[in-house]
Structures are given as structure tokens and as C-alpha cells.
Design a protein. Structure first.
Length: 430
């Protein structure tokens, strides 16, 4: 009995343990199954805009094209006889056309800085409107906003009327006939001086037509002579640039900067191309007022100022023709020693090829020195060339106003001839 009881208790215990284990297994399996089959969260996506809205979105704006630069006037100089000089600015490399009453009257090409100088044909008698138009290499045409009215008198002896106007600006009168001058009877033409009478019929004397100065040290010189003549421009007896007249005998020199306020002698020589002998000469005295300083910032103000702010020729032209090869006339008319060999030009200006119209020579800059108290040729030479011993260059180029190299005076203006730079490694002396 005891054995049976023990066996029954044992079996009951085993059954109880088995039931507990079975319940635990079932419970753990259910939990693991629920964890393994849990659904993943759905990805949130942004709804795409409708096709109509996508089509309405604006495209990225393109960079605006830079507007073409319109040509403008800087200088308009008209002589009583109808000779004229026009200078201004345009887009670099464009062809600049001068329009007279809407038709092309003259043309040239702007340089790399956008500057140009025109010497048009002789203006006819009467009133006319002139304007500017530029033509780009791709054919784009841009008309300048400014226009000028020019009226040349029938007698060609009185100052012409020149008035420039532009939209939004008051009309600027650059030149107008003087009432007293118009009322005067025509003056008799003076007899030719004996020096002109000996000129051979085939030779045409050179004549300086106009000289203009602008702020920033700019200087414009125009002349009339024999067609295709070989010419040289001098300032205070210093060679600035050679040039060749056009087929009509006209030429214009344009100096970009460096001409300081003061008194100058502007001279143009016509020379023999083979020997360099002076054939004819034209010289004028010219005063650049102190109001025209060399600061480039003042150039814009001068453009807007009346024409009265531009310097004019201070004295009449003095000409000498048929100069013998052995002598050169001095400034006072007396015979001077043979002309020295020209110094090296301040700026190398290439000789233009012969053209059918007037020739233009551009000189980027000249170098000048104004004497102040305490200066001497040695110190000026040290500042300009780095060596005091080169003072002989300054004396030779300005000998007409330096009687004694040991005596120079404040206010004198010397034009400094150019000099090749010293070789690398060469010591500087003086």
C-alpha cells in the first residue's frame, strides 16, 4: 500500500511539473510570434505637385545682357573756315561714324581704351546737325544720345555756332558768333611775307589749324599741309611723335596725358623723308591754364563744362617755308645753328599707312617737369632717369628756354625726352 501511494504521488508530481512547463512554453511562443510578425511602419512620402503646377513654375532667370556703350562727344572744335576736330569715347574696337544730317560724313575706329579722334572733311556753309553712331564687329549699331548743331557763316570768317544737346540735359553752347565781330567789315587780306614767296609752287606749307587742351593732360593738335607729307610734332623743341598727312593733307595728333598747365611752343615740321631736312614749319605759342589740372577725375567735369573752359591758341601761327638744309629758323626768327639730331621720342608712335582721309596719330602720354624753387637740371635728371648725368638730354631738348644750364627758373616747363631703360644688373650712377 505504501509503495502504491509513493508511486501515485510521484506521478502526480511529474504531471504537475509537466503541466507547468507546457504552460510556460505555450506562453513564450505566443509572445515571440507576436514580436516577429509586427508590421513595419509605412514610409511617409510627400505628395508630388500636380502637373499643371509643375508647368507653371518659372525657369531660373538668365543673366541680363550688358547694354552696348553709346558713343559720346568729348571735344567739338570748329574753325570759321569749316575745319573741325571731334574727339570722344565709344566701346573699344567699334567703328565710330560721324553723321551729318543723318548721313555718314566721316568714320574711324575707337582704340582699346574706347577713345577716338576724327578730322572730318570741310564742313559746308549753313546749319547742320552732327551726331555719333557706333558699329560693333557683329554689326550692332548704337546711336549716341548727343547731337550738335553747327552753323558755318557764308563768309567763313566769323566764329561758327556750335551747340550740343542731349535728352534730360540743358543745351551747352560751345561757340557762338560775336556780335561785334559780325558787325565789322571784312578785313583786307595781308600781303604774303617774303619768306612765303620763295616757296616752290610744288611745296605746300604746313599750317597748324587748331590746338585744344583738356583736363587730364590731354592735348589735340590738327594741321593742314601737303598730301602724304612726312611731319613731326614738337613740344618746346622736343620731338613727341612723327606722322604722315592723309591724302587730303590733313593730320591730327592726340596726346592722352602728361601735358601740365603752363606755356608751350607747339611746332610741326614737314621734313624730307630721305634726308630729314626741314622743308616748312608751323609754330604757335599755347597756354594750358592752371584750371585744367592733370587729374583724370576732373575729366568728366570738363566734358560737361561750357566750351570756354577749353584752352585756345594764345598767339597767331608763325610759319617758315623753304628752310635751307644747313640752317633752322629759331623761335625769334633769327638763324640758329644746324638742327640737332632729334632725341628719342617720348612715346613710340608708329607712322600710319596712307589713307584716303585725314591721318590721326595717337600718343599715349608725354613726360614733363615743372621747375620749382630749389630745382636744377641735375636733380630733375635724377628724378626722371635715375641718373643726374643725363641732364644733358633735358638741356638739349629744351635749349631754347635754357640759356645757361646753371640757371633755371620756377614755373618753367621742360618736356623730358624718352630714354631706353638700363641693362639688367647695370649699376646706377649720379
Amino acid at each position: 500500500m505504501t509503495a502504491e501511494l509513493q508511486r501515485g504521488v510521484f506521478l502526480a508530481g511529474v504531471g504537475l511539473v509537466s503541466g507547468v512547463v507546457l504552460i510556460g512554453v505555450v506562453t513564450s511562443g505566443t509572445r515571440l510570434l507576436s514580436i516577429g510578425t509586427a508590421p513595419a511602419p509605412a514610409a511617409v512620402s510627400k505628395p508630388a505637385p500636380p502637373a499643371s503646377q509643375r508647368a507653371a513654375l518659372p525657369a531660373s532667370p538668365a543673366a541680363p545682357a550688358e547694354p552696348a556703350r553709346a558713343p559720346s562727344f568729348d571735344v567739338i572744335r570748329v574753325e570759321p573756315a569749316g575745319d573741325s576736330v571731334v574727339a570722344g569715347r565709344a566701346a573699344p574696337g567699334t567703328e565710330v561714324e560721324l553723321l551729318r544730317n543723318g548721313e555718314v560724313f566721316a568714320r574711324t575706329t575707337a582704340d582699346l581704351a574706347g577713345q577716338f579722334v576724327l578730322v572730318p572733311p570741310l564742313l559746308p556753309v549753313g546749319s547742320q546737325e552732327i551726331s555719333l553712331r557706333s558699329v560693333a564687329p557683329d554689326g550692332t549699331r548704337v546711336t549716341g544720345p548727343e547731337s550738335a548743331v553747327v552753323s558755318v557763316s557764308p563768309e567763313r570768317t566769323t566764329k561758327p555756332l556750335v551747340a550740343v544737346s542731349a535728352p534730360g540735359r540743358a543745351t551747352a553752347v560751345l561757340s557762338q558768333p560775336e556780335a561785334a565781330e559780325a558787325a565789322k567789315p571784312p578785313m583786307p587780306v595781308p600781303e604774303a611775307v617774303p619768306a612765303v614767296a620763295v616757296v616752290p609752287p610744288a611745296a605746300t606749307p604746313i599750317r597748324i589749324a587748331s590746338v585744344d587742351a583738356e583736363a587730364g593732360g590731354k592735348l589735340y593738335v590738327s594741321a593742314q599741309g601737303a598730301p602724304q607729307a612726312n611731319l613731326r610734332l614738337y613740344l618746346n623743341d622736343t620731338l613727341v611723335a612723327p606722322g604722315q598727312a592723309g591724302a587730303d593733307g590733313r593730320i591730327a595728333f592726340a596726346i592722352g596725358r602728361g601735358v601740365r598747365p603752363g606755356d608751350y611752343r607747339v611746332r610741326i615740321d614737314q621734313v624730307d623723308p630721305a634726308t630729314g631736312t626741314v622743308k616748312t614749319r608751323s609754330e604757335v605759342t599755347f597756354a594750358v591754364p592752371s584750371t585744367l589740372d592733370t587729374a583724370p577725375a576732373a575729366a568728366a567735369e570738363v566734358r560737361k563744362a561750357p566750351r570756354g573752359s577749353v584752352a585756345t591758341v594764345a598767339a597767331a601761327t608763325r610759319e617758315a617755308s623753304a628752310v635751307p638744309a644747313a640752317t633752322t629758323p629759331a623761335v625769334d626768327g633769327a638763324l640758329a645753328p644746324p638742327a640737332p639730331k632729334p632725341q628719342v621720342p617720348v612715346v613710340a608712335a608708329g607712322r600710319p599707312e596712307p589713307t584716303q582721309g585725314p591721318s590721326t596719330v595717337f600718343v599715349s602720354a608725354v613726360n614733363t617737369a615743372t621747375v620749382v624753387r630749389g630745382d636744377n637740371l641735375w636733380t630733375i635728371s635724377r628724378k626722371a632717369y635715375g641718373r643726374g648725368t643725363r641732364y644733358t638730354l633735358i638741356f638739349g631738348a629744351n635749349h631754347a628756354q635754357i640759356r645757361n644750364p646753371n640757371r633755371i627758373y620756377p614755373g618753367q616747363i621742360f618736356v623730358l625726352p624718352g630714354e631706353a631703360p638700363p641693362a639688367a644688373g647695370a649699376p646706377k650712377r649720379g
